[in-house]
Design a protein around this ligand. Structure first.
Ligand code: CP
Ligand code: NVA
Length: 301
């Protein structure tokens, strides 16, 4: 693995290795043990869209690892005035040891990876969000002890996070059911790729069917960054694709509820479920830090 642009840049064994490393790093942080494996290394973090978790967890990860991070707002870079991504990639490669990029268009992060001579990490694009999935799998393993053969259910918009989860589930052997309205299905090429990887992938329009006996229930916003103009239509179309107490009641009695955050209470999930006994959402958010530390070490140390 040189870059992490898609979940498919990782093999099953690499995912497990990263989760093991993350678990170890989490435990060391808790004990106050120093893990400065990226001393004197810098990470350039390009952001074309907003972020709370991704930005802060990468910054703290670099600082915990003894390195340094630079927040690079797209608008303030010369890219914003038309400098090619390819030149930016080559120039940054001379300064920093790795780049993370959150971009509107997946091609931008592919372009960066093609022209950089250092590792590039996709920090969310319109197509995928692989860093999120590493934290998600770490969280699932903490609560369920394993990943293989669990029933994972996605409820809502078949978006970037859902795409990466489909690929991730295929790689680790989790069954995934996606419940979404017609027209909101995950990317067709991603579903194909997932099936070619051996994934057990079900796409349905029935949230109850998908959630029945699920070990994990997961949702994300109905209106992703970039979809704001479709807001009213999306709220109407996705109305029944909500994780609420009724839906949770058809899942396994010990099912966990996940959300990558930010959440819109009363839309894709209710406040009662977020605060309820099945929710692991804030542990999941914390795990972004530990999973990304493992990733940074693997790519940059
Ligand atoms: N889940 C996630 O990526 O959150 P941010 O948009 O706050 O980074
Ligand atoms: N699907 C959401 C995820 C945010 C972390 C978005 O792209 O806005």
């Amino acid at each position: 693995m040189k870059h992490l642009i898609s979940m498919t840049d990782l093999t099953h064994d690499e995912i497990i290795e990263l989760l093991d490393m993350a678990e170890d790093l989490k435990e060391k942080r808790l004990r106050g043990k120093v893990t400065d494996l990226l001393k004197n290394k810098s990470l350039g973090m390009i952001f074309e869209k907003s972020s709370t978790r991704t930005r802060v967890s990468f910054e703290v990860a670099m600082s915990d690892l003894g390195g340094h991070s630079l927040y690079l707002n797209y608008r303030d870079l010369q890219i914003g005035r038309g400098e090619p991504i390819s030149d930016t990639a080559r120039v940054l490669s001379g300064y920093v040891a790795g780049i993370t990029a959150r971009v509107n268009n997946h091609d931008t992060v592919m372009d960066l990876a093609e022209h950089a001579t250092i590792p590039v990490i996709n920090a969310l694009s319109d197509l995928e969000h692989p860093c999120q999935i590493l934290a998600d799998f770490l969280t699932i393993r903490e609560y369920k002890t394993h990943l293989k053969d669990l029933k994972f259910t996605w409820v809502g918009d078949g978006n970037n996070v859902c795409n990466s989860l489909i690929l991730g589930c295929a790689l680790v052997g989790m069954k995934i059911s996606v419940a979404c309205p017609k027209g909101y299905e995950p990317n067709a090429d991603i579903i194909d790729q997932g099936r070619k990887l051996g994934g057990d992938i079900t796409i349905t329009h029935d949230p109850i069917e998908a959630a029945t006996n699920a070990d994990v229930l997961y949702t994300d916003v109905w209106v992703s960054m970039g979809d704001e103009e479709e807001r009213d239509k999306r709220i109407r179309d996705l109305k029944i694709y909500q994780i609420n107490e009724d839906l949770v009641s058809v899942a396994q009695h010990d099912a966990i509820v996940m959300h990558c955050l930010p959440a819109h209470r009363g839309e894709e999930i209710t406040a009662a479920v977020i605060e309820g006994p099945h929710s692991v959402i804030f542990d999941q958010a914390e795990n972004r830090l530990h999973a990304q530390k493992a990733l940074l070490i693997k790519l940059m140390a």
